[in-house]
Write a protein that binds this ligand. Structure first.
Ligand code: ATP
Ligand code: TYD
Length: 238
């Protein structure tokens, strides 16, 4: 497959068109950002670690019956994916209370949430990704009722699969964000699943092993991502 022109460059990845209309190349850069792009930095090896991490998770989800956009690893920092029409909504599941949920609702940090919660956010940095609901989605044409239903169902399915995967690696899947898109009328999980878009705590110590290390200036960001990869058995180049 040939890499052609750049389609879009976001905060952490660049998307390229290819000589195949139905596929794109996702290039994972070393850039990292938080607080809607207010805090930015470059972290050596992050693009490589996230590309391999994402490939491992997407392939695992696919074997468990979740339709994903992932096609194949092309290099240490690039993957081929299905070209999707992205739905501009972020689906968030929380298994443990932390972050913006605690600020918004005044609930204690670290509570086991039973059942887990599901939230939708509009993908819009200028508006700071406001929380929306399925009625907003339909009214403003971001997603139909059936699409929201399917995204909700798949996000919960992913929760069951990944809670178990991380639990077996002595990690708690605290919360995470998923993005979906469509190709030929089918909904696929798109974008990425990496420690950039989820929270992972060590099961015993509750040490943070995700992007909160960057948000909170704790250091050892990529080292933490690599620790998670090692525990899961993600093959990483030296
Ligand atoms: P955010 O960090 O809030 O997700 P961003 O646009 O800065 O936003 P990046 O990860 O840097 O995020 O960019 C990747 C972009 O590619 C996102 O806009 C994402 O929605 C889009 N994207 C992901 N997968 C696909 C796909 N299969 N087809 C088309 N676009 C995709
Ligand atoms: P949340 O607690 O709402 O965000 P904050 O980081 O502001 O406390 O996020 C819940 C989870 O979803 C967390 O793991 C980060 C992830 N997420 C993103 O990666 N991007 C987003 O735009 C949103 C809304 C959430």
């Amino acid at each position: 497959m040939q890499r052609l022109n750049e389609l879009y460059s976001g905060k952490a990845k660049t998307i390229y068109e290819t000589d195949d209309d139905s596929q794109l190349i996702m290039y994972f850069r070393d850039d990292t950002s938080a607080f809607d792009g207010e805090k930015i930095d470059q972290l050596a090896r992050k693009g490589m670690v996230n590309n391999h991490f994402n490939a491992f998770i997407m392939q695992h989800l696919e074997t468990q019956g979740v339709p994903t956009h992932f096609n194949q690893l092309l290099s240490d920092t690039e993957s081929a994916v299905k070209r999707l029409k992205m739905i501009p909504l972020e689906c968030v599941i929380r298994n443990i209370s932390t972050g913006s949920l605690c600020k918004r609702l005044g609930v204690e940090d670290g509570l086991d949430l039973k059942p887990p919660t599901f939230e939708l956010f509009l993908k819009n940095d200028e508006l700071h990704d406001p929380m929306v609901n399925e009625y907003h989605a339909e009214t403003f044409g971001w997603a139909s009722k059936a699409e929201v239903q399917r995204m909700t169902e798949l996000t919960f399915k992913v929760n069951g699969i990944l809670k178990k995967l991380f639990d077996d690696a002595n990690l708690l899947l605290v919360d995470y964000k998923l993005e979906f898109g469509s190709q030929d009328g089918e909904i696929y999980l798109g974008d990425e699943f990496t420690p950039d878009g989820c929270r992972l705590w060590d099961k015993e110590t509750r040490e943070k092993l995700d992007k909160d290390r960057f948000r909170k200036g704790l250091g050892g960001v990529v080292e933490a991502y690599e620790e998670v990869a090692l525990r899961l058995g993600v093959p990483l180049p030296k």
